[in-house]
Design a protein around this ligand. Structure first.
Ligand code: DON
Length: 580
């Protein structure tokens, strides 16, 4: 009896250790009431703090976003932009706030075209660093819209800003990613007053575990707490943004900032695999690509091949992306400036026709999946890292769910700051020239050329999946062109295989973006899967990781109440969820 008791006690002591251990390995933590899964523990905690104070998922999303901008400035911040998808439980309504950056009024279709004497790198760099690379930031207006349109009204703006401001003032410790990026970007960061103070004296990089702060950003956050987005578009911060952008060779004006507004859009909605998928509309290519791929998979995967991972399953996934990624550069752009034929691209008959190209044993060239619409595409000539983005999910105790992806594009954006904030280099998401690839190898298409007030095409794919009228999954990712395929896989692993949040994140992923004609797979993927795909004719290339996904999975009891909130922060970046 005695020994049995002590065994029980020992197990009880051990279990939390094992759970903690498991959480460390899979990035998953389980909560009962509310949760935030972001790619930085301190940002998840900022959101959880606001939920604990009585805020809802929108308030918490705002707090998480502001805190991410402080502790993860390589990935997102008030100098960037993004998309927020929101489910409001009280009336079962969906909301979508597009706070993507806009091109300045002086932007032209040729602004990034190769100039005489340019080598390839010089031409590409113009849209990736420096003043011309910067789009008019949307995040201040996005955070404000989340709070004002969807917030609970139970917490003040100052309460929402407080965790981020405290962190900016008191400092935080850098992660290994900082060391990697600062070694890579080195000198180009040091000249900036904010980045420069993060390099220890005599060091050529910012070491991991180094304590840094950002008092200039703390002051700017104080202005957001007091006045909302106004100072960023008409006040001191706006003046500072224009001054810095122009000093770095950009063309942005005070009028460009004053004219910025968020766009409230209808998210895309479709039924696939017995679930309702709600996802990002243009100017993201994410939702169109995701839904087109799911439509094909539904046709190719008989029920007997849906329940577990297999070579056939991965083969079908890879094949399903080739056509939609081709559609992307031919047809997609900013719907407020070009005609985007979303409905025609997603028509069932078109999926039927494309589905017939599929061969179960043999990879097909991307060109075989090319399926021009009746309206002729604006055809492109054949064309020739990650961490600039951050995705998080919030689920609150009232049943609201927020899926937010926010970005400065490449690590540390355009590599300079204004008023403590990192300015984005989102202009690289436009087509520099028709047929030229962007930093993620995505081919530039005519509908996505830059122009005044246009928003560049994006891959960001905040998505919420419903079963009946209940949200069951929230996900999205960072990782450029791989955002869409990674988000889709994590969601499908959970929907079809029944994976928990942690299991879905742990499974290795594949990726294909139509062009180049290679299938990439994550290191550590089951050799039998890799070999099987190779035997089907896929040109397999390994990569160290596919993208960084944050996911929340909601589990319901028989009475319809949530019994578990599984919150997963992708171990590929080392974030950690928070909640209660
Ligand atoms: O909007 C987009 O698709 C890109 N600006 C995303 C960039 C990205 O994910 C960088 N890496 N994590």
């Amino acid at each position: 009896m005695r020994s049995r008791l002590s065994l029980t006690v020992a197990l009880a002591l051990l279990v939390p250790v094992l759970v903690a251990q498991q959480a460390e390995d899979t990035g998953e933590a389980v909560f009962a009431q509310y949760a935030v899964a972001s790619d930085h523990e301190l940002a998840s905690q900022a959101g959880a703090e606001v939920l604990a104070a009585g805020g809802n998922a929108a308030d918490a999303a705002a707090a998480t976003m502001l805190a991410l901008g402080v502790v993860g400035p390589a990935s997102s911040g008030l100098g960037g932009g993004g998309f927020a998808l929101y489910y409001r439980a009280s009336d079962h309504s969906m909301h979508y706030i597009d706070f993507r950056e806009e091109a300045p009024g002086a932007a032209t279709a040729e602004m990034f075209a190769r100039r005489e004497g340019d080598d390839e790198q010089t031409a590409a760099n113009r849209s990736r660093a420096g003043g011309l690379a910067v789009g008019v930031p949307g995040e201040p207006a996005g955070v404000e819209a989340l709070i004002e349109q969807l917030g609970s009204g139970r917490v003040t703006r100052s309460q929402i800003v407080a965790p981020a401001m405290r962190r900016a003032r008191e400092g935080w410790d850098t992660t290994p990613l900082w060391e990697r990026f600062s070694r890579w970007l080195g000198e180009s960061l040091r000249a900036d007053p904010v980045f420069g103070r993060w390099f220890p004296r005599g060091s050529a990089f910012i070491p991991s575990g180094h304590h840094v702060d950002n008092p200039a950003l703390a002051r700017t956050l104080g202005e957001f707490a007091a006045h909302g987005a106004e100072p960023f578009y008409r006040g001191r911060v706006a003046r500072e943004i224009v001054r810095q952008v122009r000093a770095h060779g950009g063309v942005m004006t005070a009028e460009d900032l004053a004219a910025y507004r968020v766009a409230v859009r209808e998210p895309l909605v479709a039924e696939h695999f017995g679930r309702r998928w709600v996802t990002a509309p243009p100017p993201s290519a994410g939702g169109v690509t995701l839904l087109a791929s799911l439509g094909l998979l539904e046709r190719w995967l008989p029920p007997s091949l849906r329940a577990e991972d297999s070579v056939y399953f991965r083969h079908a996934l890879v094949e399903s992306w080739k056509g939609p990624y081709t559609d992307r550069h031919l047809y997609l752009g900013d719907p407020d400036h070009v005609d985007v034929p979303t409905a025609a691209l997603l028509r069932g008959e078109r999926a039927d026709q494309r589905a017939r190209v599929f061969h179960p044993m043999l990879a097909q060239p991307t060109s075989r999946y090319d399926l021009p619409l009746d309206t002729p595409p604006r055809r492109a000539a054949r064309p020739g890292g990650d961490a600039g983005t951050s995705h998080f999910c919030v689920a609150d105790a009232e049943g609201n769910v927020a899926a937010v992806t926010t970005t400065v594009n490449l690590p540390f954006g355009a590599r300079f700051t204004a008023a403590g904030l990192v300015l984005n280099d989102q202009m690289d998401d436009f087509a520099r020239e028709v047929g030229q690839p962007n930093a993620f190898g995505l081919v530039g298409g005519a509908p996505n050329l830059p122009g005044p007030s246009r928003r560049p095409l994006s891959s960001m794919s905040p998505t919420i999946v419903f079963e009946g009228d209940r949200p069951i999954l929230c996900a999205g990712a960072a990782g450029g062109s791989r955002i869409i395929t990674a988000t889709e896989q994590v969601l499908l692993f959970s929907v079809l295989f029944g994976d928990t949040a942690g299991e879905a994140l742990a499974r290795r992923r594949v990726h294909h973006q139509g062009d180049p004609a290679t299938t990439s797979y994550e290191e550590g993927m089951d050799e039998a899967l890799v070999d099987g795909l190779r035997r089907r004719g896929h040109d397999m290339q390994s990569l160290d990781h596919s993208a960084v996904v944050q996911v929340i999975r909601l589990v319901y009891g028989e009475d319809g109440a949530v019994t578990q909130i599984q919150a997963g922060s992708d171990p590929r970046k080392g974030g950690r969820p928070a909640g209660h």
